[in-house]
Design a protein around this ligand. Structure first.
Ligand code: FAD
Length: 459
């Protein structure tokens, strides 16, 4: 009997999964496999929330596969490609189906798999599914990639969509293949997942989608920047691990009242994906080197991480991250701007901290949003500077977001909570502001001018 392998990676779902549907169509028996990458696990050992979300997602996938007559076949190993090939050999697999991905690490891992499979006469096919529009589909004339969102978005909207992939009605495993156990991933780190972490998995993701859309889609554009209302979809971690298909969400929501601004956010996700696929080094290097000479100030970095900067909305943001493994998008922008503009600390230090705590931590969306805020990305606006106090007053006017995450300030009235005076801070046991925003901005601009002057070829 012919055997194919469905190799799950960042597409942990049965619905609209092109690789799964191709694997099921290719052979009478399918090995639905997830191979834990020891190298990634070692590297990601501190990422307790993402590991917990992954564990939930694998369990849910296993339950769904069992309901279809199969089971999730689990292995672990290093190098990942060798562990995949070993399983494929054991099971007599002739074709491997896997989702294509964007990061440098994922690309290298897939290339390694393809080389190893070629030696075994196994075919590897990469399928779409991680993004709505696959990277490289939409290109500007004469260039490999769109660097500006608006023209990208225009072409993204017009790009042809692939047909939805069928959910296999039944999954038949090859006889005699041991399933293996989903290991408890909590032992890999001494850190604990965030107390307010969402449950992972396709079932939980679909439940979230089903409850959020009727309640909030219509009002998304108006309410999404309201920090306290917390009305955005909170689908990002499900999208990151592919518990939900971004293409299926787009297809389902398009045309519904209020869907356009929401779908535009999915295009931002694809935009950063195509940028990273084109420039994998942007995960750790400035997309455009501005000649920044970042400050080294471990004390300031620690205060930012701990939510002790003395700027209430920044501290609320950082404490939300620690408490939930999630942060509101507007809060991410405020916290990132504060780190890179007010403190003039390297965006990589901030991005690393976000990646450690976010359940949705994603190389493309995280690193490139950080670069967008820091001004080192594709965007030419180097002076995108957010005033943390004004941002708090504008997007949390009643102060309820601050009250939720900075309880020592909970008793302060709306008019002062974003900018408590010295006496109120003393009374509440809340720190003085780490910097004077106006002075910090003046210094930042001076540094930018100096950086420009010392950069080769610039006036
Ligand atoms: P919604 O507003 O409901 O949006 C729907 C979906 O669109 C999101 O789930 C997400 O998949 C996508 N999306 C929305 N905004 C963006 C955006 N700016 N860029 C890319 N995709 C977007 N998103 C991540 O998924 N992972 C990250 O690691 C990440 N790090 C970020 C770091 C910084 C400094 C900033 C400014 C943004 C970051 N984002 C990241 C983007 C955005 O903040 C989150 O996707 C969003 O807050 C998730 O909440 P939501 O699902 O309720 O979003």
């Amino acid at each position: 009997m012919a055997v194919s392998m469905m190799l799950f990676t960042r597409d942990l779902r049965l619905t609209d999964n092109p690789a799964l549907s191709a694997a099921a169509a290719a052979a009478a028996a399918v090995v639905p496999a997830f191979v834990l990458d020891e190298d990634l696990l070692r590297h990601g050992a501190a990422h307790a929330s993402r590991l917990s979300f992954l564990h939930d997602s694998l369990q849910d996938l296993d339950r769904s596969l069992r309901a279809a007559g199969g089971a999730l076949v689990i292995r672990r190993g290093s190098p990942w490609a060798a562990a995949v090939i070993e399983l494929a050999r054991q099971a007599g697999v002739t074709s491997i189906h896997v989702a294509d991905d964007v990061s440098g690490y994922a690309q290298a891992r897939l290339a390694q798999l393809e080389r190893a499979a070629a030696g075994e006469r196994m075919a590897v096919t990469r399928h779409p599914g991680v993004t709505v529009v696959p990277p490289g589909t939409v290109r500007p004339a004469g260039r490999s990639v769109f660097q500006v969102f608006t023209p990208y978005y225009r072409r993204w909207q017009e790009a042809r969509r692939r047909p939805a992939a069928d959910r296999p009605a039944a999954v038949t495993l090859p006889a005699g293949l041991a399933h293996g156990q989903i290991p408890s991933l909590s032992g890999l780190t001494s850190a604990r997942p965030a107390a307010g972490l969402q449950a992972g998995g396709e079932s939980a993701g679909l439940a979230r989608l089903r409850s959020w859309v009727p309640d909030s889609l219509g009002d998304y554009d108006r309410a999404r920047d309201d920090l306290a209302a917390d009305r955005s979809s909170r689908l990002s971690a499900y999208l990151h691990l592919g518990c939900l298909s971004p293409a299926a969400i787009e297809a389902e929501l398009s045309g519904q009242p209020g869907s356009a601004p929401f779908v535009r956010q999915l295009a931002w996700r694809d935009f950063f994906g195509q940028l990273l696929a084109d420039r994998p080094d942007a995960g750790h290097r400035d997309y455009r080197d501005r000649g920044d000479d970042w400050v080294c100030d471990p004390g300031a970095l620690e205060a930012w991480r701990a939510g002790q900067t003395g700027f209430p909305v920044v501290d609320a943001a950082m404490r939300q991250l620690a408490a939930e493994g999630f942060m509101h998008n507007r809060a991410r922008m405020i916290a990132a701007s504060f780190l890179t503009k007010d403190l003039y600390l390297d965006w990589r230090a901030g991005a690393r901290h976000f990646m450690t705590l976010l359940a949705d931590g994603d190389v493309a969306s995280n690193q490139l949003n950080w670069q967008w805020v820091a001004g080192t990305g594709t965007d030419t606006s180097a002076h995108r500077i957010l005033n943390p106090t004004r941002q708090g007053q504008r997007f949390d006017p009643a102060g309820d977001y601050v009250r939720r995450y900075v309880p020592e300030l909970a008793g302060l009235p709306a008019g002062v909570i974003q900018e408590p005076d010295e006496a109120a801070r003393r009374r509440c046991g809340y720190p003085a502001p780490l910097v004077d925003h106006r002075v910090a901005v003046t210094e930042y601009r001076a540094r930018q001018r100096a950086g420009r002057a010392t950069r080769p070829g610039r006036a």
